[in-house]
Design a protein around this ligand. Structure first.
Ligand SMILES: CC(C)(COP(=O)(O)OP(=O)(O)OC[C@H]1O[C@@H](n2cnc3c(N)ncnc32)[C@H](O)[C@@H]1OP(=O)(O)O)[C@@H](O)C(=O)NCCC(=O)NCCS
Length: 230
């Protein structure tokens, strides 16, 4: 399928997944800081407790294509890290199978370079720093003030919370979660679905599905799925 490119200066209609405060944040940023025009919100039918949000319709995801078909809108998923980012991964992949295309949002207040590599359906919020040679995958969320040093790789479906510092050459695996203000020593490999607790200082590579907290960060008994629900 031919990808529909966003034409410079042209307003593109978008539907956001979610109808909570995190969806409101993305709606506000897109409305005030992009040429994307949010048309509606969409949630799973079982979570559709309101019919409007921020003055816009809330439609069930199951019926999305009836109201907003793939040739009319693009999607963006400002979803949190439930089920160690598995919910966001699943809905993104479902929407892709339904024929939707996606936008990515990079705040005009983020610090980026002309070589910015970023996939689709990703969000980079204000005052995040993405240094040259860093690569950001698809369906990734980088929150405000995060520092992604040179040659870091943030894989698909990962979530990097506000104020995180990644040293150079760090690899953040698929679906990994890096909590508020965590510091990761340069060159580390954060395994897929690892969970790094808020404020942790990580000095060693991590294991898949592990939860790490403290300074220096230590692995605890619970799994990432257990601490994030799902
Ligand atoms: C790790 C985490 C999931 C644990 O949450 P929880 O299951 O509610 O656990 P509790 O708060 O009951 O804490 C359990 C124990 O772990 C300790 N602990 C919890 N989080 C910790 C952290 N980030 N660093 C160090 N110790 C931590 C607590 O002090 C407590 O210790 P104790 O049993 O000796 O009293 C949570 O504290 C955390 O860091 N979440 C990330 C939040 C975040 O970054 N959000 C981003 C929003 S965009």
């Amino acid at each position: 399928m031919q990808s529909r490119k966003t034409e410079p200066g042209k307003i593109t209609d978008v539907v956001l997944f979610g109808a909570d405060t995190f969806a409101s944040l993305a709606w506000f940023c897109l409305t005030n800081d992009s040429l994307y025009r949010v048309q509606a919100f969409t949630v799973d039918a079982s979570y559709r407790s309101v019919s409007s949000h921020e003055g816009l319709p809330v439609v069930s995801f199951e019926n999305l294509s009836e109201h907003y078909p793939p040739d009319k809108v693009r999607l963006l998923f400002p979803l949190g890290y439930h089920a160690i980012n598995g919910l966001r991964r699943d809905r993104y992949q479902q929407a892709k199978a339904m024929g939707y295309e996606f936008i990515s949002y990079v705040s005009s207040r983020a610090s980026t370079w002309p070589d910015l590599h970023i996939g689709e359906n990703s969000l980079i919020y204000e005052h995040a720093i993405i240094q040259p040679f860093a690569r950001i995958g698809s369906n990734v969320i980088i929150r405000s003030g995060a520092h992604i040093s040179h040659h870091c790789q943030v894989a698909d479906h990962a979530f990097v919370a506000a104020g995180v510092t990644l040293g150079g050459n760090v690899v953040v695996g698929e679906q990994a979660f890096i909590g508020l203000g965590a510091v990761l020593r340069d060159g580390l490999r954060i395994a897929e679905r690892s969970f790094i607790g808020a404020g942790s200082v990580v000095l060693k590579d991590t294991e898949a599905d592990g939860v790490y907290v403290g300074n220096p960060a230590q692995k605890i008994a619970r799994t990432a799925l257990q601490v994030t629900g799902g």
